[in-house]
Ligand binder design. Structure first.
Ligand SMILES: Cc1ncc(COP(=O)(O)O)c(C=O)c1O
Length: 392
């Protein structure tokens, strides 16, 4: 049966951050939420069945048998990317950000520097700062809505004293770039030249559209594989983020052992049984659902793009090659409307992420999560257009 992505599911009173948890971020809870990156769709039926079966069992003791997990991750990576993983490279973690924090602590010292590429996912900034490391920015270059890496600047920054790590967001949240092999090769070669280890956050790897193709960083070359950790998850792909489960993939044995020690020492090594069940079912049986999802998301993006072009031509959306997040340039209305996220909150009752949270290059932008039923997206776009018209 085809998934019914058009169906609006009431998520209120489900302890959802997106629907019930707006107050701390927006000061109110009655907005139409197109912000934090989860989807308003049900997970694939095999996932729901696997979770129901496990819930029915009624005994929820510690997890301790991971063969089916390893096989599911290996099968998925082989099938989607042609990436042949050894079992020992993989370990489950309670999320990409927890794994990122463990890696920062394991592979650098307080006072060291970590490079990020803004505008980028804000928890990267917090992770680096909270670990007592210093952020170094290698801002992306934007030209007419298209983003690319500033390789000259990257070469300079990675040569700085005490730069130990580069956090690569691939595909990139929020600008939606799916880095090409050529771009990744350049990243690998610059990082290796300067002895900087790369943490590749590939949580959006499965959400790629059109001609774009995601390449896991470790597949670029053996040099790349030895010099990176790849963080992936089924959480964005199959809408499982609340189950707090991700995959850390590290080929380099020395680095892997450092990571493992950090993971055990912080008590993060044992995974959640529901997270494991969901991931196994999703990777083993969820592929056809994902293909349908990608078609639906492309349709939503086309709707958003066309709507902006026709009714709100002063706003421009970068064409996402990946992720379900539209990065919308509102700088043309900035002087008249002030902060655009605030403007659409106050005048249209909408919750978008404010671009200025994404660091340098983010001010004047909003991030719209378009992974919702199309009728909801249409309603949000109409409210946006009406708010702009009212003040025109
Ligand atoms: C790039 C990126 N990394 C990490 C995360 C969060 O991952 P987790 O919930 O597994 O910590 C997100 C969520 O939006 C994300 O977009």
């Amino acid at each position: 049966m085809k998934p019914d992505f058009d169906r609006i599911i009431d998520r209120k009173n489900t302890r959802s951050m997106k629907w019930d948890g707006m107050e701390p971020y927006f000061g109110e809870n009655n907005l139409v939420p197109l912000w934090v990156a989860d989807m308003d769709f049900k997970s694939p039926p095999p996932v729901i069945e696997a979770l129901s079966r496990r819930a029915e069992h009624g005994v929820y003791g510690y997890a301790g048998s991971y063969n089916a997990y390893f096989e599911a991750v290996r099968g998925w990576m082989q099938n989607r990317f042609g990436w042949n993983l050894e079992q020992e490279w993989i370990s489950p973690a309670p999320g990409v950000i927890p794994a990122l924090i463990l890696l920062i602590n394991a592979l650098s010292m307080p006072g060291d520097r970590v490079v990020v590429q803004p505008p980028v996912y804000p928890p990267f900034f917090a992770a680096v700062n909270n670990c007592g490391r210093h952020l170094v920015y290698n801002p992306l270059i934007e030209e007419q809505g298209c983003y690319r890496i500033d390789f000259e600047d990257l070469e300079l920054k990675l040569a700085w004293e005490r730069v130990r790590l580069l956090i690569l967001c691939s595909p990139h949240n929020p600008v939606g770039r799916v880095w090409t092999k050529d771009e990744l090769e350049q990243v690998v070669s610059i990082a290796s030249r300067h002895g900087v280890f790369v943490i590749a956050d590939e949580i959006h790897a499965d959400l790629v559209f059109g001609q774009a193709r995601h390449t896991p960083l470790a597949m670029i070359s053996d040099q790349a594989a030895q010099n990176c950790a790849v963080l992936t998850a089924a959480s964005k792909t199959f809408n499982l983020a609340g189950l707090q489960t991700s995959n850390t993939i590290i080929k380099n044995e020395k680095i892997r052992n450092l990571y493992w020690t950090a993971s055990k020492n912080s008590g993060f090594a044992r995974p959640n049984i529901f997270g494991l069940e969901a991931l196994i079912a999703a990777y083993n049986e969820g592929e056809s659902w994902l293909e349908e999802l990608l078609v639906y998301l492309s349709g939503n993006y086309a709707l958003l793009q066309n709507y902006l072009a026709e009714k709100m031509p002063s706003l421009k959306a970068a064409s996402p090659e990946g992720t379900y997040l539209a990065w919308v340039d509102c700088r043309a209305i900035l002087s008249r409307k002030g902060n655009p996220a605030r403007f659409f909150q106050d005048e249209a009752g909408l919750a978008f992420n404010d671009g200025s949270d994404y660091g340098p290059g983010g001010a004047g932008f909003i991030r719209i999560n378009f992974a919702c039923p199309r009728p909801l997206l249409e309603q949000a776009l109409e409210s946006m257009a009406a708010a702009l018209d009212n003040l025109e």
